[in-house]
Design a protein. Structure first.
Lengths: 576, 249
């Protein structure tokens, strides 16, 4: 079977929906398809809690948002992209407001903003602590009013198709029926989000398996800065459920086993009763997660069956603040931890949360491969550099989703040639491969769950918050072994209808690629910067590494100098 | 101290099209752990006992709406329903009721996906939006806020006795989402939604059993939304009858 659209958007979360509506507005005559492995409103954008940063307050400025973002990213940041980002973020958030997003308000009806980690001003818009949920449902429901956007809900993309002219479509499996279809297009925008499931303990939903990164990588697009993996400092043990940074913005404290606000020992400022911006609990995520590791080494964390923890204390905020500003936190703690944060301490530990790295794109979401665009967490522009600031990811997916949509619409308008026969042949080959995967994997000796678990453990041990040359070498060897074992993996399920085991197999295939990219880049970056901390190279090395790593599918890694416009590299200062 | 059993039996309804003539029940023994949700039990089965079992899940924090199932007879999010609450077992896990089953615990929700756009769940504003934000006080937001919390998990449709008998019924979530915009101070679209919401398949089909609001894991109260709209629709119909066209709004 073959279908045709002008542009295919892979992924229906925040970035994908924003890209699709931007295309529809740029040129209503274009046929746009969103192909998503889940119904769009199930996408992981839904889980974002704390908020979305954009300058709106009278005492704030675009330059301050830009500086916080650049310094938060330890200068591994494209400063021209950051300038565009901070400029367009307020427009995007206002646009959502006009579409009905229930942003929390001040008593007079104006937008309210809250503090957030690493931000020097209060500039984070929020919808209580379900910001991602409201943002995604507003985008999705608004997109329903665009009748020309075609949706392929619960279709899994397995391959990008291309010829010498560039990318010309995808092959996808319809989950419900097992039908395999070649979907031809003149441009493809990848918006599939992150890859937290490569690690064992993550806030990321089950669907976050790095599909889009691997698809683009295989189609020839380099992945950028893959060694930069964000650990969020406050996840619930066992489940890994995120307890939003907004808890600390509202005044929550992090306490070690002695009830001591340990962040004061890590150059993050002095403890005060009221929260201070860019200080203590409102420091950046990389520094807070690293501080936890040091506390653990000093024996000042608390052992639990699910790893060491510290405590997040919200008790002094009182029931009113918690119920109005953080109701979801109370709900999650009650349901999943059986505690009430109004009266009890919340056990937390660092948890893999976000990929700073991703598909290498320019400021318009364009990859080096013709017709291939990317936006959102899957992409790396990079405004996040070595460490993303909390509440920058939601405006990022809007700003760059819109930019990618517009750029792709322009690209297809100017495109002179359609797909060549090679594209159709690739589609047929891929269909054959998928049928083979489904049918042949009966005799294998490996279970995919075992390989997946070993991959995750390998990544945590080898490429966690702190890494070194040895740990990364061992991880590389182990991943190579797992890749070989993957070829001998069997599946029990050989049916066509909603075969989630086949999907898990294809996802594991993608994740193994991503894991190898992360380890390859981390091994070559012999410095420490932001979320990439090498115990054998503890200093930042601007002379050699003020540059993005680009890893190609062959395994080759090269470096691309950082674009600096107005903020020369300096020291990251918090709490003083 | 009483010895707690180390495992629990999960009785899972299976249906494999082309293989099973009708749904069959398959039993699995899974570890009984304090932290484990029903979903963790299913994942244990999938990873270690039987890779052929199919079900949907994603966020495992009760916000994506994927993992609705019938657990011991009640519609539940399987990520937010804990095995220990059913000890010593067995726990019966079935697909959501009132939907066609695609496979095992996976139901076909395309009926809802087709009905949702009919209530126009987007902001309809006459004229251009303001340059800055619409002003909306917290009190004005409270008017619609709870109806905006719907995660589309379909538990309310599964619980609704009317939807079971009248597949044409728009259903609790879709009506609540229509009302979510009707009650938003920024919205002028109530007239545009009226034909659908006030139709025979709209609010008037509801017999106010209230099972939807009981089943809702997010406190949306679709039954309340429906009752409130019945009053709106009745007043509006009366105005249509009594007033000249220009005075109806």
């Amino acid at each position: 079977m073959t279908a045709f659209h002008n542009i295919v958007v892979v992924g229906g979360g925040g970035a994908g929906l924003r890209a699709a509506t931007a295309i529809a507005e740029a040129n209503p005559l274009l046929s746009v398809a969103i192909v998503s492995k889940v119904y769009p409103m199930r996408s992981h954008t839904v889980s974002a809690e704390g908020g979305a940063a954009a300058v709106i307050a009278d005492d704030d400025s675009l330059d301050e948002h830009a500086y916080d973002t650049v310094s938060g990213g330890d200068w591994l940041v494209e400063q021209d992209a950051v300038e565009a980002f901070v400029r367009e973020a307020p427009t995007e958030l206002l646009r959502l407001e006009h579409q009905g997003c229930p942003w929390s308000r001040q008593p007079d009806g104006r937008i309210a903003v809250r503090a957030f980690g690493g931000m020097k001003k209060k500039r984070t818009w929020f919808a209580a602590d379900k910001t991602g949920f409201h943002l995604l449902h507003t985008l999705f429901q608004t997109a329903l009013s665009y009748q020309d956007i075609v949706r392929y809900d619960e279709w899994f993309v397995t391959k990008l198709l291309e010829d010498e002219g560039g990318v010309h479509g995808v092959v996808a499996v319809e989950l419900a029926t097992g039908r395999i279809e070649t979907i031809i297009a003149n441009a493809v925008i990848v918006c599939t989000g992150g890859c937290g499931r490569v690690f064992p303990f993550t806030t990321n939903a089950n669907i976050k398996t790095g599909d889009g990164m691997a698809l683009a990588h295989r189609a020839g697009a380099p992945l950028k800065d893959m060694e930069f993996v964000q650990y969020h400092p406050t996840g619930l043990p066992f489940t890994g459920i995120l307890i939003t940074e907004a808890t600390r913005a509202e005044g929550g404290w992090l306490l070690n086993k002695d009830g001591y606000r340990y962040l004061q020992d890590y150059d993050l400022g002095r403890p005060t009763a009221e929260p201070v911006l860019r200080s203590m609990e409102l420091g950046p995520r990389d520094r807070l997660s690293q501080a936890f590791m040091h506390e653990h080494a000093k024996g000042r964390t608390i052992e639990t069956p699910y790893g060491p923890i510290v405590h997040l204390d919200l008790r002094h905020l009182g029931a009113h603040v918690i119920d109005t500003k953080l109701p979801f936190v109370r709900e999650l703690c009650s349901k999943y931890q059986n505690i009430d944060p109004v009266k009890e301490l919340i056990p937390v530990r660092p948890v893999v949360h976000y990929m700073m790295g991703g598909i290498h794109t320019d400021i318009d979401g364009a990859t080096p491969v013709g017709g291939l665009y990317a936006a959102g967490e899957v992409a790396c522009v990079s405004i996040n550099g070595a460490n993303r600031l909390g509440s920058n990811s939601l405006p990022e997916l809007l700003v760059f989703g819109a930019r990618a949509g517009k750029a792709a619409a322009e690209y297809v308008r100017e495109l002179k040639t359609g797909p060549r026969s090679a594209v159709y042949a690739q589609g047929r080959d891929e269909e054959r491969r998928l049928r083979h995967e489904l049918g042949k994997r009966t005799e294998g000796t490996e279970r995919i769950a075992d390989i997946r678990t070993e991959m995750q453990t390998t990544m945590e041990e080898g490429a966690g918050i702190y890494r070194d040359g040895d740990s990364l070498d061992k991880a590389a060897v182990k991943l190579h072994e797992l890749r070989e074992r993957f070829d001998r993996a069997a599946i029990d399920d050989h049916s066509s209808e909603f075969n989630t085991e086949l999907i898990a197999l294809l996802e594991l295939d993608f994740m193994l690629d991503i894991a190898q990219s992360i380890v390859a880049c981390a091994g070559r970056r012999t410095e420490s910067r932001g979320a990439h901390q090498r115990t054998d190279f503890p200093k930042r090395d601007d002379e050699h590494f003020l540059a993005h790593s680009l890893v190609h599918h062959s395994g080759r890694v090269e470096y691309l100098p950082v674009t600096i416009t107005r903020w020369p590299p300096g020291e990251r200062v918090y709490g003083r | 101290m009483k010895n707690t059993p180390k495992t629990i039996t999960m009785q899972v309804t299976r249906f494999r099209p082309g293989e099973d003539e009708a749904p069959v029940v398959q039993s699995y023994e899974v570890p009984l752990r304090k932290e484990w949700a029903v979903l963790d039990g299913l994942n244990h089965i999938k990873d270690h006992l039987d890779g052929t079992l199919s079900y949907r899940w994603s966020c495992r924090m009760g916000i994506c709406g994927s993992c609705g199932m019938t657990v011991n007879g009640k519609p539940q999010l399987s990520c937010a329903t804990f095995l220990t609450d059913y000890a010593p077992g067995p726990v019966r896990v079935e697909p959501l009721r009132n939907f066609p089953v695609i496979r095992d615990l996976v139901v076909d929700i395309s009926d809802f996906m087709e009905k949702l756009p009919k209530v126009k769940p987007w902001l309809i504003h006459d004229g251009e939006p303001p340059e800055g934000e619409f002003l909306q006080t917290p009190r004005e937001m409270d008017e619609y806020k709870k109806y905006s919390m719907c995660i589309n998990c379909m538990l309310c449709y599964s619980a609704c006795p009317v939807y079971a008998l009248e597949p044409e019924f728009l259903g609790p979530a879709a009506i609540a989402l229509g009302q979510r915009y009707n009650l938003d101070s920024r919205d002028d679209g109530a007239e545009d939604r009226r034909d659908v919401l006030a139709s025979a398949a709209g609010v008037w089909a509801c017999t106010f059993v209230g099972e939807c609001s009981t089943a809702c894991p997010k406190g949306v109260d679709p039954a309340g939304a429906i009752q409130r709209y019945k009053l709106t629709a009745a007043v509006s119909a009366l105005k249509d009858y009594l007033l000249p066209r220009g005075a109806r709004r």
